[in-house]
Design a protein around this ligand. Structure first.
Ligand code: TXA
Ligand code: MG
Length: 523
């Protein structure tokens, strides 16, 4: 098919309107992103939109109108809150979902009983809809799964030869798609954030809820409130990872990388190849430039990208929502003191995995060493320990660790007391030592409540027999003593349930490969 490129003038808009009336497809600018339009009331034409985009047929389209008066016939009724939103934000970057009338076919609505309605503010879009004299169904004019087009050039990249015409109306004002809210249910639910913010909406209709999938990945058993939520989105070819932290933390992190791109703000001090998306404290600029930046990264052939995490308020929520999808929900959180917590039962080989991580450039903090350090001669902790476990645990100021262990592990209550004295001080010292990419080697990670301070927690597990043999050899103790130590710890199921990843280390498996695979996913 020959795709006609149309510049903006009255004659061309008329021509585009005729193409729509005749059942063709026209890509056109809106203030959000470019749309790929067809007559919403022509089932065959609408089917061709899905075909051109490669869009799953259960993902409904937004129906665009030129006038508020055109909405009534598309819906069963306009709920009072919808009326208020229409008066406040139409024309504009807001899409409202309501129960559909019979005029809306199953193809447009993706088989749902509802319809999404929007009235764009962009003058070209407005003229085109008026010219064609029908509501225009239009998703974003990109190939399904790719970033939405904010410039005609990207529409050309994706749609050339697949549709009848493209109107080149320059760059889009907002750069992210419209806010989508459903009023087909009560209370209203925000399904997709955009330039019309949650705060703006709430100032008109009171409190609304935000669908959980807006800021987090969907759980495996979750049903999508909006079909678009479940599909991969905005994904460039590069693997993108979001890096959460201060400007300095981010800069320090990316500047230690090779073979990667930074997706950062104007003015960030980055000395690896970079593409910027807006300014640090200007969410509108971030929204406007994000999709453009994602496409640019592809054009540059970036394979791996570290993106600065946007704020989540105001229009930032829309930026975060798009970027987290481009990242397939992969985040490195540098604001947690520890990048990785390593835990697991004694004898499983945590130390070996920590050695691997150290060789990969991580700083490793060993909790047992820290525990030793905070109970060295002269430490104020020793007085507390003496109060509870007796003055004779000290010999000339030095702690008799064996005696303390004997007294502290004789009953559960004594163990609890010991932990309540030691853990807070150990945790504080570990956090003080944390710096950059840090691994916390913590056999008692959960007992000390350190799991929330770790970005990811990995358990190292091994069979019981293997562990018993390792402990006997390592600590020169008999089988009974080894069994006693093992019995005081959590079982494998606990670690499997509570950790993000598990590495098996029985000797047969390859812990190096397992560790590398995990790093590949989380970094
Ligand atoms: O800014 C925009 O909204 C652009 C311009 C062209 O108007 N359009 C756009 O359309 O972004 P699209 O199809 O790319 O995204 C529409 C989103 C999809 O995630 C879809 O699942 C959801 O809205 N949606 C549409 N109708 C729906 C319905 N009846 N119920 C729930 N979600 C719906
Ligand atoms: Mg889209």
């Amino acid at each position: 098919m020959k795709t006609e490129l149309l510049t903006v003038n009255d004659e061309n808009i008329k021509k585009a309107g005729r193409i729509i009336v005749d059942g063709g497809l026209v890509a056109f600018p809106t203030e959000t992103v470019y749309g790929l339009g067809a007559n919403a009331l022509n089932d065959e034409a609408v089917k061709n939109i899905y075909k051109a985009k490669g869009r799953p047929s259960d993902n409904p389209l937004i129906v665009h109108v030129a006038d508020k008066a055109d909405i009534a016939r598309l819906v069963k009724e306009i709920p009072p809150k919808a009326e208020k939103l229409i008066n406040a934000f139409f024309p504009g970057a807001l899409t409202i979902i309501m129960n559909k009338s019979d005029l809306i076919g199953k193809t447009v609505s993706g088989g749902l009983d509802t319809v999404a309605v929007r009235m764009p503010k962009n003058e070209i879009a407005h003229k085109l809809i008026s010219e064609s004299g029908c509501p225009i169904a239009a998703p974003s004019a990109n190939t399904s799964g790719l970033p939405s087009p904010t410039r005609a050039k990207y529409v050309i990249d994706d749609m050339m030869g697949k549709i009848d015409a493209i109107i080149d109306g320059g760059d889009c004002e907002y750069g992210v798609e419209s806010t989508v809210i459903t009023l087909a249910s009560e209370p209203p639910v925000l399904l997709r954030p955009g330039a019309v913010t949650k705060e703006m909406i709430e100032s008109v209709i009171g409190e609304i809820t935000v669908a959980p999938a807006v800021l987090e990945g969907m759980k495996d058993d979750e049903v999508a409130a909006s079909p678009g939520m479940k599909y991969k989105h905005y994904a460039p070819k590069a693997k993108v990872v979001m890096v959460n932290g201060t400007k300095e933390q981010y800069e320090h992190f990316v500047n230690s990388k090779t073979d990667a791109y930074a997706l950062c703000y104007d003015g960030d001090n980055v000395n690896i190849p970079k593409v910027t998306y807006g300014k640090e404290n200007d969410d509108l600029s971030q929204a406007r430039e994000l999709f453009d930046a994602l496409r640019e990264l592809d054009e540059k052939g970036a394979k791996k990208v570290y993106a600065r995490t946007p704020h989540k308020d105001g229009v930032g929520m829309a930026v975060y929502n798009r970027l987290i999808r481009a990242c397939a929900f992969c985040i490195i959180d540098l604001q947690k003191p520890f990048t990785i917590g390593i835990t697991g039962p004694t004898g499983a080989g945590k130390g070996y995995v920590c050695d691997i991580l150290r060789s990969k450039g991580f700083k490793v903090i060993n909790c047992d060493e820290v525990a030793r350090k905070v109970t060295e001669k002269g430490s104020p902790l020793l007085d507390k320990l003496c109060e509870v476990f007796g003055n004779d645990i000290l010999h000339g100021g030095e702690l008799d660790r064996a005696l303390l262990a004997k007294r502290a592990f004789d009953t559960k209550e004594h163990t609890r007391l010991l932990n309540s004295i030691l853990h807070p001080v150990i945790c504080e010292e570990c956090k003080r030592q944390a710096q950059g990419l840090t691994v916390l080697d913590a056999p008692q990670l959960f007992e000390a409540g350190l799991e929330d301070d770790c970005y990811k927690v990995i358990a190292v597990l091994a069979n019981k027999e293997t562990r018993i043999n390792r402990i006997m050899k390592r600590d020169n103790i008999d089988r009974e003593a080894a069994l006693l130590r093992i019995s005081a710890q959590y079982d494998d199921d606990f670690f499997i349930d509570n950790c993000d990843y598990v590495i098996y280390n029985n000797g047969g498996e390859n812990p190096l490969t397992q560790t590398e695979n995990i790093l590949e996913v989380i970094l």
